[in-house]
Design a protein around this ligand. Structure first.
Ligand SMILES: NC(=O)c1ccc[n+]([C@@H]2O[C@H](COP(=O)([O-])OP(=O)(O)OC[C@H]3O[C@@H](n4cnc5c(N)ncnc54)[C@H](OP(=O)(O)O)[C@@H]3O)[C@@H](O)[C@H]2O)c1
Length: 217
């Protein structure tokens, strides 16, 4: 049985990856689902379990290093190995740099803690066990991790940083048998835009009336 850890598994791409992995591999997979919203993680776990997959929910804020390490510890305590780590947890942001006030600039750092450091901390904690299993590391970057466009200084900085980190790590780990794959999605229909930071560092919410459904979760 393959043990797969997915961060950001409570919604969006991460939750859908979990469901599709469960549907494809059924009893052949155990999914460790991590994010902050435990109630939503539990719902996703139930959907995966309905396909026969084993599941473990670990409430995790990836912007806190100790919680990333606890995620790996909880996985080992239950399953004793890790075959894959999918670093998918992330937040978005949309603001022109000149519109961000000095007193609000700290959210740039917070975004980096979630998107880059969350991936670095989870990967660091899991790496010894991924080497044992000759497993896989996946990083969910973005097209914004390959090209910078207006309004995306913060988000692009975090995703370019992920790109650089995981490209270098892939080369470092070549001889160990651990694979490193970076995904660069374009636009995917999730709620990420509405949860992302605006110039003041708060959730952007609905920008247009026809998108009122974005508040429903
Ligand atoms: N959707 C797109 O168009 C798109 C395009 C390119 C790349 N991406 C990338 O794809 C990944 C998933 O995005 P998505 O579209 O699925 O977004 P989403 O629907 O908003 O889901 C984001 C996931 O990340 C989790 N998350 C956010 N902050 C977290 C934190 N501090 N600690 C732990 N988990 C956290 C959320 O769970 P909780 O709120 O429960 O913690 C949620 O499960 C992100 O890395 C994003 O940058 C998305």
């Amino acid at each position: 049985m393959k043990i797969i850890v997915i961060t950001g598994a409570s919604d969006g791409i991460g939750a859908e990856m979990a469901r599709q992995l469960a549907q494809t591999h059924r009893a052949g997979v155990a999914l460790v689902l991590a994010a902050r919203n435990e109630a939503q993680l539990t719902q996703v776990a139930a959907q995966c379990a309905a396909h026969g997959a084993q599941t473990l929910v670990v409430k995790t804020d990836v912007s806190v290093e100790s919680e990333c390490r606890q995620l790996v510890a909880a996985t080992l305590a239950r399953f004793d190995r890790i075959d894959a780590l999918i670093n998918n947890a992330g937040m978005s942001a949309q603001a022109l740099f000149e519109d961000v006030k000095a007193e609000d600039l700290a959210w740039y750092e917070q975004l980096m803690r979630i998107n880059l450091w969350g991936s670095v901390w989870c990967t660091h904690a899991a790496l010894p066990y991924l080497k044992q299993s000759r497993g896989s590391i996946v990083a969910v970057s973005s097209l914004a991790g390959l090209i910078g466009v207006p309004g995306r200084t913060a988000y692009s900085a975090t995703k370019f940083a992920m790109t650089g980190f995981f490209e270098a790590l892939r080369a470092e780990l070549k001889a160990t048998g651990v694979s490193v794959t970076t995904a660069y999605p374009g636009v995917v229909a999730t709620q990420i835009r509405y949860r992302g930071f605006n110039a003041a560092g708060v959730a952007a919410g609905c920008q247009r009336p026809e998108r009122r459904r974005c508040h429903e979760r």
